[in-house]
Design a protein around this ligand. Sequence first.
Ligand code: HEM
Ligand code: HEM
Length: 207
Amino acid sequence: MWRNDKNGYGWGTIVLHWTIAILIGGLVALGYAMTRADIDPELQFQLYQWHKSFGMLALALTIIRIAWWLVNINPSHIATLSRMETRAASGVHAVLRGLTLAVPLTGWAIASTSTLAIPTFFFNLIVIPHLPFEKSAAAETFWTGVHGWLAYGLAGIVFLHATAALFHHFLRRDEVLRRMLGILPHRPASNPDTSTAGSKKWDAGQR
Ligand code: HEM
Ligand code: HEM
């Protein structure tokens, strides 16, 4: 139930996927809002601290997600996808995994190189040590640029990825989105042809 099998995603992958997706959506919006020039400085300071805490949470969950992906099998692509579509989907997923790691790491690099040397708290609970980088205005500007580009690039790729998922759901009417939402009756991996009540219902849903 928690682990993937070759027919679908387990709850472990599903819960991590949607939690990280919500966090990243919120962080892009917060990152954009907090860096506007006309914002009250005190509010801006608070928003930066929330951004750093939620960003570090996204980093921790992404590391867990990548470890979870490494120890789980990947479900097979659904049968109606062409070879080109399966390659495109796997490529986009690999880029998404890479960017969800790179974006918070570059954010951590900004906080670590900033000459203001403001500590990074994790929700006022613990202080997160800074990366061993030299503090300088040039390094901070560099990491700020990289972080912004990668974060907006990630948002663009997520937009494409979500559009593809909605295209499959509403136009192709296949089970690509439903199996990531966990609303498909799960067929046992060991014997996919077993005629359990669940698999009959699942098969009926395909016709
Ligand atoms: C997946 C996680 C993250 C996402 C999606 C994200 C996204 C963003 C975005 C969209 C911006 C605004 C860029 C701009 O308009 O110039 C931003 C700025 C910033 N982020 Fe993140 N961020 C993440 C994680 C982090 C982490 C973990 C930290 C630090 C611990 C961090 C620190 C910062 C800082 C300091 C800025 C402001 C840079 C400036 O002053 O212009 N971010 N982030
Ligand atoms: C920050 C946002 C997102 C990221 C980083 C992300 C990343 C990923 C990754 C890496 C996978 C491969 C499975 C895995 O390893 O977990 C995946 C699968 C999937 N995602 Fe997302 N995703 C995001 C948002 C969304 C949104 C908004 C939707 C739908 C509207 C969506 C729909 C799906 C679906 C349907 C699959 C399964 C595809 C298949 O079975 O081939 N994702 N996503």
